[in-house]
Design a protein around this ligand. Structure first.
Ligand SMILES: Cc1ncc(COP(=O)(O)O)c(C=O)c1O
Length: 475
């Protein structure tokens, strides 16, 4: 029986506390449909989380109680009426690998462990899902933001030479392009890797919110004429505001014609590669030099889990590999192994998130996950239709994939009205939509990456928005 300094003194009562915690977690997930969607942190909770650094500890049962008390205070994305931003809804099955992960306490930076083979397996599956060759490389990361940093650094070093890693950037004339609808994480990646967010040109979109290919070609020509060096093109496979899908194949052609690195942000759309019906709309994604996507969004793995894939494994390795003597790979023993994730990203100590992705894909299989994507796509179309037919509501953008943007119309300040409608729905615990601004107008934004949403939730939403619009306008 383990009896280290921090092991339980009384294993049987520790087991009881652990089993109770598991039951409480299962209760939360089993009753996900009945609770409020979001509950603001209460004064009691804030007080409980504002205590001085504890000198003396508490019994594990007391900690368990506090953890259970915290369970209702997440964002609410386990609830069928959570539609804000782009949050996946998770599964109870995610609890099992979370327990196994904690028990193994594995550090996935490298070395010859069974855990590393789980990550290799998940990466091979990811390549198959995205239509990438098996000799591509990749890494599991916290999410698409980090995946984008890794992809863009690799692109930068491939373009400027790996000497940049030592000498820094110096002056350069690099420019890159992406649609004005691309997620802010791409500009942040340019900032983080030292190229500066202004290096990234935001190309205007057409009426369907996809990148305007004519405008892109003109910007490239203008930059070339001015002596600048176009080096990267970033396409969006499901844009964050409205879910628009760029013409990924045309972007691949343009990138190839100008010898640019072609990256695709598939944070949302990557999941749709599992849908036979939707996959053709992402044609061209498989031609990318790199792709970033998330398991924690539309693929429903419990937070957090994203992935970067890079076609040129050598370029990926050259951009991150750095092994001092104390991390040298050996021919035998624990320091062996042929895949050290530290060679492919900035982190040495790494979470074993591969385990939950492996368990999730193994448990559900791609068919069921693709079917959940298809169902949300169908529901987005349904909601678009319900809004179209509802008096006093107006659709703000075409429904491309899984996101519906609309607003209540009428008299007065409609931006204020629609913001207030969303806050009312959140604060009453009824639903969590978020908002965005399209063409200068506030829209209620419903993102469907939720396998628990039922059609009746969407019908109730439409009625609720109409009622709140009437009530708030009257007030
Ligand atoms: C299209 C798109 N790209 C990138 C991101 C950033 O992803 P993450 O939050 O996993 O870092 C998001 C997040 O919603 C997104 O919608």
């Amino acid at each position: 029986m383990a009896n280290g300094k921090l092991d339980p003194k009384d294993w049987p009562s520790f087991r009881d506390a652990a089993h109770k915690m598991l039951d409480d977690a299962l209760d939360k997930m089993e009753t996900a449909e009945t609770a409020r969607v979001w509950t603001a942190p209460t004064p009691e909770l804030i007080d409980a989380m504002s205590q001085p650094l504890p000198e003396a500890g508490q019994e594990i049962a007391a900690i368990g109680e506090q953890l259970t008390d915290l369970l209702p205070f997440g964002p609410g994305n386990t609830h069928p009426r959570f539609w804000g931003w782009v949050h996946g809804s998770g599964t109870p099955a995610g609890l099992l690998p979370a327990i196994a992960m904690a028990a193994m306490n594995a550090n996935l930076g490298g070395r010859d462990t069974g855990a590393i083979h789980v990550e290799k397996q998940v990466l091979d599956w990811s390549k198959a899902m995205m239509g990438f060759p098996q000799d591509a490389s990749g890494l599991l990361v916290s999410g698409t933001s980090m995946a984008t940093v890794i992809a863009m650094k690799t692109a930068r070093d491939a373009m400027l030479g790996v000497k940049t890693r030592k000498t820094g950037l110096g002056s350069h004339s690099l420019v890159a392009y992406t649609s004005a609808q691309t997620h802010s994480c791409v500009a942040r990646a340019f900032d983080i890797i030292g190229l500066g967010a202004d290096t990234l040109r935001l190309v205007p979109c057409t009426d369907d919110y996809t990148i305007d290919l004519g405008a892109l070609r003109k910007m490239i020509a203008d930059d070339l004429a001015a002596g600048r060096s176009p080096f990267a093109l970033i396409g969006t496979a499901g844009a964050v505001n409205v879910g628009a899908i760029d013409d990924l194949d045309a972007l691949a052609d343009i990138a190839r014609a100008h010898d640019m690195w072609y990256h695709v942000d598939a944070a949302i759309g990557g999941a749709a590669m599992l849908s036979d019906g939707l996959r053709p709309r992402f044609k061209g994604l498989e031609r990318a030099d790199s792709v970033a996507f998330d398991f924690h969004k539309w693929l429903q793995v419990n937070y957090d889990a994203g992935c970067v894939l890079i076609r040129d494994a050598d370029a990926h390795y050259a951009s991150f590999n750095e092994r001092p003597a104390y991390l040298a790979q050996s021919a035998r023993g624990l320091s062996g192994g042929d895949f050290w994730p530290v060679d492919y990203g900035p982190e040495l100590s790494r979470d074993f998130r591969a385990l939950k992705v492996w368990a999730h894909l193994s448990h559900f299989g791609t068919k069921a996950l693709g079917a959940a994507v298809d169902d949300n796509h169908r529901q987005a179309k349904l909601l678009g239709q319900l809004v179209d037919e509802a008096p006093g509501l107006q659709l703000m953008a075409p429904v491309a994939l899984n996101i519906v943007c609309f607003r209540a119309t009428g008299q007065g300040d409609l931006d204020k009205l629609n913001n207030e409608i969303v806050w009312e729905m959140q604060e009453s615990g009824f639903a969590v939509p978020s908002t965005t601004v399209l063409n200068g107008q506030t829209a209620i934004r419903i993102n469907l990456t939720n396998h628990r949403t039922r059609d009746r939730d969407l019908r109730a939403l439409v009625v609720m928005v109409q009622e709140l619009a009437e009530k708030l306008t009257a007030a």
